[in-house]
Design a protein around this ligand. Structure first.
Ligand SMILES: *[C@@H]1O[C@H](CO)[C@@H](O)[C@H](O)[C@H]1NC(C)=O
Ligand SMILES: *[C@@H]1O[C@H](CO)[C@@H](O)[C@H](O)[C@H]1NC(C)=O
Ligand SMILES: *[C@@H]1O[C@H](CO)[C@@H](O)[C@H](O)[C@H]1NC(C)=O
Ligand SMILES: *[C@@H]1O[C@H](CO)[C@@H](O)[C@H](O)[C@H]1NC(C)=O
Ligand SMILES: *[C@@H]1O[C@H](CO)[C@@H](O)[C@H](O)[C@H]1NC(C)=O
Ligand SMILES: *[C@@H]1O[C@H](CO)[C@@H](O)[C@H](O)[C@H]1NC(C)=O
Ligand SMILES: *[C@@H]1O[C@H](CO)[C@@H](O)[C@H](O)[C@H]1NC(C)=O
Length: 506
């Protein structure tokens, strides 16, 4: 059994399938597809022409419709992180190939007979498309499924049926009409965004209007893996290409990939997966932030006051992609209540939980809402005869800083701009993405913190204490990883940070 395409958090499907009505905040559903959205007077991005092909489930999943032998499956997750199609429920008249297909996602899996049927997707008709017919069970709801839009080489079905008959959906589309330009574009809308209600769009071989200028954006070469099975839509982030909430670049220097992080773009992953260091640099300096287990979550995340506006930016090929503060600190999940009993929000950039190979971070939906993405498949199309060139990715920034700020003030601050009140705690030491690099001295870091001990700040004192422990730990052991450093894991009641927040307000 191979470990495959990390994608899709199971708990999301649990939430969606079993407890949708209970779990999702109302605003989370605003972007959900509904007839009302079509008629609502739209502003700005609503100028997108045509009807949305995606529905947005509370910013947690983006789904489309696919039809197999005339039967419509309406809740099919679009997933650039995997390469197989599965649907839940019977497909009338589908031809059984006699093979069994199985795909294991980062969390969750599918297993069922591999069948073929006529597929309708995005206006294309594909005869004898192979797919996995997943029987309905407690974790697979009739009418749902996943359409894998990743490179075809990673397809499990193709592995079983062979190239040609077993090709992934997009490979089939591109091959059956070589005039179809071999690219895919994805536009993800934001539920709960007061100014941009468009739920989302997906196109094959054409562009979403009015964002045709995406084709003038820098072409990020897809980092090619030696192993076809392990190929994903990945590209290199610029060196130290994340600008943190204090406006400074986060040190993401890595030796392994020539100082640049290899980033996988995964429309099936709700929360971006970053290193512990990056997550800490984004969230750990916020007064009141705690690292905690989240109800419904599979791994701990940072939780923080919902009105925390954090501006972070990713840089690819010198182009800045601002992340909307509604995405950086999300209300899609709730953290444990704070000391005053107020609900907390969750840091969407999560310290990595997925098994990953060959890439450093996964940029999922919380990133993709901020960049319209074009993936040109280049020569990756299975069995393509003509050499058409190397695959590449283009990203068009979508988030306007002033508009995003106003959105945030409106949605999270009750209309009163209090962003200036945010006082970040002192910079954290670079806990380093070089988990196996033991060469950095720690004394410097400790010195930087000394004044705060003298100042008597309890919070800083705790940070220093942890640093000292970490430093001594480091002396005697081979340094691995500062798991849950600094404020992480501190009890949520009586958190020392409370004494360090002259401006804290809830
Ligand atoms: C999916 O199909 C249903 C039923 O035909 C339709 O109401 C809905 O608008 C479709 N959704 C999308 C996102 O196209
Ligand atoms: C093939 O694709 C081209 C470009 O999208 C389109 O104009 C043409 O009608 C397609 N041909 C068929 C047979 O579908
Ligand atoms: C691309 O076009 C959109 C829509 O017209 C516009 O808002 C945006 O500023 C343009 N972006 C670039 C980088 O040209
Ligand atoms: C960033 O990290 C690398 C590796 O850990 C280190 O060599 C470098 O000095 C750091 N750069 C800065 C500006 O802190
Ligand atoms: C989360 O829960 C696990 C299992 O109960 C526990 O080991 C871990 O320490 C918890 N993490 C945090 C940050 O509370
Ligand atoms: C980004 O800008 C810097 C400084 O202007 C330049 O040296 C570098 O080549 C640029 N990088 C890319 C990928 O365009
Ligand atoms: C975030 O950026 C916006 C737009 O530049 C700015 O108005 C706001 O003050 C910033 N907020 C914080 C907390 O840095």
């Amino acid at each position: 059994m191979k470990l495959l395409a990390p994608s899709l958090l199971l708990y999301l499907s649990l939430l969606l399938d079993d407890a949708q009505a209970v779990r999702f905040p109302l605003q989370g559903r605003m972007g959900g597809f509904g007839n009302t959205l079509r008629t609502t007077a739209m502003t700005r991005r609503a100028s997108i022409l045509g009807t949305p092909d995606l529905s947005n489930q509370g910013n947690m999943q983006y789904q489309t419709n696919v039809t197999l032998n005339g039967k419509e499956f309406q809740n099919v997750l679009i997933d650039t992180g995997s390469s197989d199609l599965y649907v839940v429920g019977d497909v009338p008249g589908a031809k059984d190939t006699g093979k069994i297909g199985q795909v294991n996602y980062a969390i969750g899996s599918t297993k069922g007979p591999i069948k073929t049927a006529t597929l309708n997707f995005e206006g294309f008709t594909v005869k004898d498309q192979a797919f996995i017919e997943q029987p309905v069970d407690s974790s697979h709801v009739e009418g749902s499924g996943i359409i894998g839009l990743g490179p075809g080489g990673a397809s499990q079905v193709q592995d079983k049926l062979g190239a040609g008959a077993g090709d992934a959906v997009l490979d089939r589309i591109f091959k059956q009409n070589t005039s179809t330009p071999n690219y895919l574009t994805i536009y993800l809308g934001r539920a709960g965004d007061p100014t941009d209600p468009f739920p989302g769009d997906l196109t094959v071989g054409e562009l979403v209007s009015p964002f045709e200028n995406i084709t003038s954006q820098p072409k990020l070469p897809v980092t090619q893996m030696s192993n076809r099975d392990g190929q994903h839509w990945t590209a290199l982030l610029d060196k130290n290409g994340i600008i943190g909430p204090d406006g400074n670049r986060i040190n993401t220097t890595k030796h392994a990939t020539g100082n640049r992080l290899n980033v996988m773009f995964d429309s099936g992953f709700t929360f971006p997966q970053v290193s512990t260091n990056i997550a800490n640099q984004i969230y750990a300096r916020v007064p009141g932030a705690t690292f905690a287990n989240i109800t419904g979550g599979t791994a701990p995340m940072w939780t923080l006051p919902c009105e925390t506006e954090l501006n972070i930016t990713f840089v690819f090929s010198n182009v800045s992609y601002l992340i909307h503060p509604l995405d950086t600190v999300t209300s899609a999940l709730q953290g444990p209540p704070d000391a005053n009993g107020n609900p907390t929000c969750v840091g969407a950039f999560q310290p990595i939980v997925a098994d990953h190979d060959g890439f450093d971070i996964i940029l999922g939906m919380s990133f993709l809402r901020n960049a319209y993405m074009l993936i040109n498949f280049g020569d990756f199309v299975e069995g393509s005869l003509a050499k058409v060139g190397d695959p590449y990715i283009q990203l068009l920034p979508l988030t306007d800083p002033a508009e995003a700020h106003n959105d945030f003030v409106q949605v999270r601050m009750g209309g009163v701009d209090r962003s200036a009140d945010l006082q970040l705690l002192p910079a954290l030491p670079d806990t380093s993405d070089n988990d196996d690099d033991d060469s950095q001295p720690h004394e410097d870091t400790l010195k930087k913190y000394l004044p705060y001990i003298i100042g008597g700040s309890v919070a800083a004192g705790v940070i220093i204490l942890i640093l000292i422990i970490a430093a001594s730990y480091r002396k005697s052991h081979k340094y691995r990883r500062l798991h849950d450093p600094a404020p992480a894991g501190l009890p949520t009641t009586n958190a020392p940070f409370q004494q360090y927040q002259p401006t804290r307000r809830y």
